[in-house]
Design a protein around this ligand. Structure first.
Ligand code: NAD
Length: 425
């Protein structure tokens, strides 16, 4: 087997600034769109940011249709509903206004409306067939309202496959929005728990992409077309991921304690995009792979701030961070220096680390979890030791991300990691 010798760095254009949402009409016109589908979720449908978006597009003479039925944490069914709506409309442009759920749904609607196919064709193997996207999609502009998934910079769309109770996704660089319009005004209304969960998702994106196996340790693809979007850590993604860790660590508590702090919210939005550029090219690993069955198997848990969703939910960022301390204790032996570096970027004192890089990083993460009001481990969101077999089985098919772990994890390792995540402090 030969190893990979190249990496690719892709990202969306970024436009950043308070109030910059009003420039979406100018940008869509520049891209040549005449009939645009604006995608959002029911909770944001009557928000000021939707009003501003619709007005800005109309002022440029662009016809707009609003689709506001995105499901928070989308499923194959909710993707298919959006795809059917988009396919009936002959749209030549898309604007997503919302969090990762909205942006990912807009990506899927654009993909299948442009290149119709059986739903599982483009879905990541082994669950789907992993067929490469045939060509360019219609222009999509993403306006994130959480800080956040970084989905405005990535070629990834994540959904819950209901029949498997597990999350999977579609990953191809053609899915990447042409532009992310990042406007700190748009996160003013975030509930503290939504800000915490989405902010900890950013932190984990950044640490996972920094600690992922280097791209040069992946098998070489047989054709450039088959080079995955998630390639492993590389010198450019490391720059973006490292800076994102610092920015989240400096600002996440500030935005939760004081939603009026415009500067901190701007920094968190930028951190989300920075981490998106990092992990969108390098990938994530075990905390994300293990999060998918955790959120897919939710029973009755509803965190404060998510009541309007109207059903039990373990928000994505929460399901990721609950596994992170145990994972980094496990993976640190593969590259202790990188794990220690991540802890240092979080502000931890590593001078007395005494070689236990995993413990230092796990402790730094747990401190932030406590300060942001996260539950104390998987038990606190409804799981018991009896669930670890099924949780591990739900993680195994997530090859695309688990393969990037710097230390390979067997099914028994995963079971132990879930056990170690039951109670964190
Ligand atoms: N594509 C990617 O690269 C990527 C990366 C990470 C996660 N994801 C996916 O993204 C989804 C999670 O996205 P998210 O964390 O951004 O949250 P979200 O989109 O699921 O939104 C969470 C809740 O916050 C509300 N909300 C969003 N913005 C708001 C605002 N400004 N004011 C008030 N309420 C607001 C929404 O209505 C929703 O109820 C998951 O499905 C996850 O798997 C995708």
């Amino acid at each position: 087997m030969s190893f990979e010798s190249a990496f690719v760095m892709d990202t969306s254009s970024i436009k950043f600034g308070p109030g910059v949402t009003r420039e979406v009409g100018y940008e869509m016109k520049r891209l040549g769109a005449t009939l645009v589908l604006v995608v959002t979720d029911p909770h944001l449908s009557n928000s000021e940011m939707i009003d501003i978006t619709l007005k800005a597009l109309r002022e440029e003479g662009i016809d707009v249709v609003l689709y506001d039925q995105v499901r928070v944490e989308p499923t194959d069914q909710s993707f298919k509903q959006a795809i059917a709506f988009a396919s009936a409309g002959n749209f030549d442009g898309y604007v997503a206004v919302g969090g990762g759920s909205v942006i990912d749904t807009a990506k899927a609607a654009n993909l299948y409306a442009t290149y119709p196919a059986d739903f599982l064709d483009y879905v990541n193997p082994p669950i789907g067939r992993g067929v490469p996207v045939p060509g360019a999609l219609k222009p999509l502009i993403a306006i994130p309202t959480t800080a956040g998934t970084g989905s405005e910079t990535t070629g990834v769309a994540i959904f819950d496959l209901l029949e498997m109770h597990a999350k999977t996704g579609i990953a191809h660089r053609a899915l990447r929005p042409v532009m992310g319009i990042i406007d700190p005004h748009n996160t003013r209304t975030l509930a503290p728990m939504v800000a915490a969960c989405s902010g900890l998702d950013v932190l984990s994106h950044a640490i996972e992409s920094l600690t992922a196996i280097p791209f040069s340790q992946r098998p070489a693809p047989t054709s450039p077309q088959l080079r995955p979007a998630y390639q492993g850590a590389n010198p450019i993604s490391n720059v973006w991921s490292s800076r994102a860790i610092e920015m989240v660590s400096e600002n996440i508590i500030k935005v939760i304690q004081d939603p009026e702090d415009d500067d901190a919210r701007g920094q968190m939005l930028l951190a989300a995009a920075f981490a998106g550029i990092g992990f969108g090219n390098a990938g994530v690993h075990l905390p994300h792979g293990m999060s998918y069955p955790v959120s897919g198997m939710v029973r009755s848990y509803i965190p404060e701030g998510y009541e309007h969703v109207g059903r039990p939910i373990i928000p994505h960022g929460m399901s990721v961070i609950l596994n992170a301390p145990a994972v980094f204790r496990f993976t640190a032996s593969a590259n202790p220096k990188v794990h220690l570096h991540a802890a240092k970027l979080m502000g931890a004192d590593i001078s007395a680390a005494d070689g236990d890089a995993g413990e230092v990083l796990a402790t730094a993460i747990i401190q932030v979890m406590k300060k942001t009001g996260m539950p104390n481990g998987l038990k606190a969101v409804g799981f018991t030791e009896a669930d670890v077999e099924v949780l591990a089985e739900g993680t195994l098919p997530q090859h695309r991300v688990t393969k990037l772990s710097p230390r390979p994890a067997s099914k028994d390792d995963l079971k132990q990691l879930f056990l170690d995540s039951m109670i964190l402090w």
